[in-house]
Write a protein that binds this ligand. Structure first.
Ligand code: PLP
Length: 410
């Protein structure tokens, strides 16, 4: 007998991250933290091994009156000041001039989830990167969607050929396309498409748009850690070339941008050729928001607006220190990996570097062998994720060579 609905997958979540985080913790207690490399945690950590919570974010947050924290948001789609500021923050610097709307969501997760569930019907197929954040697949399963994946890389570049083939395959049987591109700072590889690659993607989406409506879901969860921050949004200007049959939902997250993972604040930014196109999606997203989470934490929205306007200089300075730290850590890992011949997927920027192990059976053995040497990482499809976001410079030094030696010993 089952009490849950019949069309749901009842296999428990296999949380590959938290299980290993726990093992790393146990190892630290058993052999001492200095003898453990814990590259599991996907949040930004400082050099002392604690989670970073920006002063420029949490000092103003703590000063917000309790009545503001207590109150509902101004609307189901978010506070107007927040919606305006998300657009100013995410899209405006790019110069993209498409019609737009912003809907507040609980984190980037809310924006991705609402898009999958409201754009596609049950039984339809969403297109995902082959190596990707695990929640995409889980969301698809919960919505009874099928998944087709595109290979991410051709050599050290975005695999446009595979992307196109996958879309064309789906169009043979489906009257709509929804695909996710997690860019820039892709999780878990750290790749970012070039403007040229984006132009080709947009031109291809317009081609597809001649046959079916196309929705591009661009997940930008890590964008504010791009190494060339002033140009991190430039690619959005390529969306200006969208035809009337193509639109984008940009999934924005305050979790990483503000180091406020627990405040559950983010947004879905809708971009389309005309206001009618955008409004058509906005109506449905608004109702879905009302029907699921109702509204997003009022104080979290107000704080984002304050931090990114009045507290801008202090915030940007504080964040820049950590973007630089991330770069130091990733530079150490990738340069040492290059020196010893440890293969990793093309990394440009972001929280993670992923060691390339295309055979998943070998990857499993490797992951165990690393743990036997007290190196804790996270398994991803065709690879081993090294979370440089939480690994100190000291612990990063020498890691690539140790990992290469362990791989050679298998
Ligand atoms: N997208 C990607 C690729 C992520 O890695 C994450 C978080 O880990 C998110 C979106 C959403 O995070 P949140 O819901 O906390 O904003």
């Amino acid at each position: 007998m089952s009490f849950v609905k019949s069309k749901v997958n009842t296999t428990p979540i296999e949380d590959t991250v938290f299980a290993i985080v726990k093992k790393a913790k146990e190892a630290k207690a058993a052999v001492g933290a200095e003898n453990v490399v814990d590259a599991t945690i996907g949040s930004l950590y400082n050099e002392e091994g604690t989670i970073v919570a920006f002063d420029s974010v949490f000092t103003p947050y703590n000063n917000i009156p309790k009545e503001t924290k207590a109150a509902y948001a101004g609307s189901f789609v978010g506070n107007d000041s927040f919606r305006d500021q998300v657009y100013n923050w995410v899209v405006k610097p790019s110069g993209c001039s498409l019609a737009h709307s912003v809907i507040a969501t609980p984190g980037g997760t809310g924006a991705v989830a609402i898009t999958l569930s409201e754009i596609l019907d049950e039984g339809e197929t969403v297109i995902l990167p082959e190596i990707a954040w695990g929640s995409y697949k889980l969301m698809a399963t919960m919505d009874n969607l099928n998944v087709k994946t595109y290979s991410l890389f051709e050599g050290d570049h975005f695999n446009l050929t595979s992307f196109k083939e996958t879309c064309q395959e789906v169009m043979k049987t489906q009257k709509k396309l929804l695909m996710i591109i997690n860019d820039p700072c892709h999780n878990p590889t750290g790749y970012s498409l070039t403007i040229e690659e984006w132009k080709e993607v947009v031109a291809f989406l317009n081609e597809c748009g001649k046959q079916v409506p196309v929705v591009l879901l661009n997940d930008i969860a890590y964008i504010d850690y791009a190494y060339d921050l002033p140009h991190s949004r430039d690619y959005m200007a390529t969306f200006d070339a969208f035809s009337e049959n193509v639109m984008a939902v940009i999934a924005f997250s305050c979790s990483k941008a503000l180091t406020s993972y627990g405040l559950r604040c983010g947004a879905a930014v809708l971009l389309g050729k005309t206001q009618e196109i955008v409004r058509g999606v906005e109506i449905v997203f608004e109702k879905a928001a009302r029907a699921t989470w109702s509204n997003v934490p009022n104080a979290a929205m107000d704080n984002f607006t304050y931090v990114t306007t009045e507290n801008y200089d202090t915030y940007m300075k504080e964040k820049a220190y950590y973007v630089d730290l991330l770069k130091q850590r990733s530079d150490i890992f990738t340069s040492e990996a290059d020196a010893c011949g440890l293969a990793y997927y093309p990394y440009k920027e972001g929280f993670f570097v992923t060691v390339k192990i295309e055979d998943n059976a070998l990857r499993d053995r490797y992951h165990e062998a690393l743990m036997a040497q007290h190196i804790y990482t996270v398994k991803v499809n065709k690879g081993i994720r090294v979370a440089v976001c939480s690994l100190s410079v000291d612990k990063t030094k020498g890691l690539a060579k140790r990992m290469k030696d362990i791989l050679n010993s298998l």
